[in-house]
Write a protein that binds this ligand. Structure first.
Ligand code: NAD
Length: 338
């Protein structure tokens, strides 16, 4: 039986990296029944809405999606479809592994995991303007919302991940010195859950600004990092920068029922349509999806084929200093899988 999976190619470089990833998945021999759906800016063009009902229905049915990046208007405009999907399906954990593939600057062998809370904090979507006199936007207010339950489940997810993947340490990243309540609650729960895992997983804590600096100065000291939504969003791009950029960083959005796999990066408008985007991040996200489906061997093979293509065959896209197009890179990875 083929796996039924919702496929959202996305905007910008999305369709290019999705085609490349499909070619690689086909080469694994694992069969998929793709339910192709359109969301984001592409859907606005075609249907006048960014998140049409059939997309939600499809994911509700398949419970697994492979997704390209979706454009979100900056400032005004419609709400992020990415954030809406995460909230709709309660995908509370955003897992972002950051592993060295090629030596980059002074880092050759990084292996870090970001566990980002994905539905709460400043991304809860509670914001408004306050009018003063004739200025309707005189004051802007955004409310960060963290619940005790929300903190507990992401923290437990991080510690459980550490136990099941043989990880030594979880670092709690917070700003509880200033945001005494919204970040303080996260830290309080983190300390409590760390005590439950004492003897099995070590735990330390860092204030976000120090964590950001330490990641650049000495990233090897980290193992699993768990943090709230916005800190995780920012730090995971920084972490991708340590291994060679966003072209290499995969992710999984995980809830109790549904999981959506996507690259960490966005639509890359500066290179969209040129056929030069690096599809590695989406291919590695697809490898995570295969593992989620129980296809552990196929997931491992995809990851190894991507690494061998870059490191042994020297086939690289422009972001890694190579000349390969997205399609050429995909062909080279698929060849390794056959
Ligand atoms: P971006 O991640 O799209 O691009 C940042 C930089 O990284 C650009 O220089 C880009 O060329 C480069 N880059 C990204 N992916 C690459 C790849 N696969 N290969 C080579 N280079 C790559 O970030 P941005 O420009 O800030 O955002 C553009 C749009 O994407 C915005 O609308 C934003 O809201 C959206 N976005 C979506 C998601 C998502 O769908 N999950 C995530 C982040 C941003």
């Amino acid at each position: 039986m083929p796996y039924s999976v919702t496929l959202i190619p996305g905007d910008g470089v999305g369709p290019e990296i999705t085609d490349a990833t499909l070619a690689v998945l086909e080469a694994t021999g694992i069969e998929f029944a793709w339910d192709r759906q359109t969301a984001g800016a592409t859907s606005i063009e075609r249907r006048g809405e960014p998140l049409p009902h059939p997309v939600l229905e499809s994911i509700r049915m398949t419970r697994v999606a492979l997704k390209g990046p979706l454009e979100t208007p900056i400032g005004g405009g419609y709400r992020s479809v990415n954030v809406s999907l995460r909230k709709e399906f309660n995908l509370y954990a955003n897992l972002r592994p950051v592993r060295s593939i090629v030596p980059f600057r002074s880092y050759a062998d990084l292996d870090l995991i970001m566990v980002r809370e994905n539905t709460q904090g400043l991304y809860a979507g509670v914001e408004h303007f306050v009018q003063i006199g004739g200025d309707p936007h005189a004051v802007a207010e955004s409310v960060a919302i963290n619940t005790r339950e929300g903190c507990r489940r992401i923290l437990r997810f991080a510690f459980e991940y550490a136990v099941h993947h043989g990880r030594d340490k979880v670092t709690l990243v917070h700003k509880a010195n200033i945001l005494k309540m919204v970040s303080g609650l996260f830290l309080e729960e983190g300390r409590a859950i760390a005590r439950e895992y004492a003897g099995k997983v070590a735990c330390d804590e860092k204030i976000i600004d120090n964590a950001a600096m330490q990641l650049v100065m000495n990233p090897e000291q980290f193992d699993v990092i768990v943090t709230t939504n916005m800190f995780g969003d920012i730090l995971s791009d920084e972490m991708a920068g340590l291994i060679g950029g966003l072209g290499l960083a995969p992710s999984a959005n995980v809830g109790e029922e549904v999981a959506i796999f996507e690259a960490v990066h966005g639509t890359a408008p500066d290179i969209a349509g040129k056929g030069v985007a690096n599809p590695t991040a989406l291919m590695l996200s697809a490898a995570m999806m295969l593992e989620h489906l129980g296809e552990l061997d196929a997931g491992r093979r995809v990851r190894e084929a991507v690494i061998a293509t870059i490191c042994d065959d020297g086939v690289k896209t422009g972001d890694l200093g190579g000349k390969a197009t997205t399609k050429e890179f995909a062909k080279a990875v698929a060849r390794r899988l056959k």
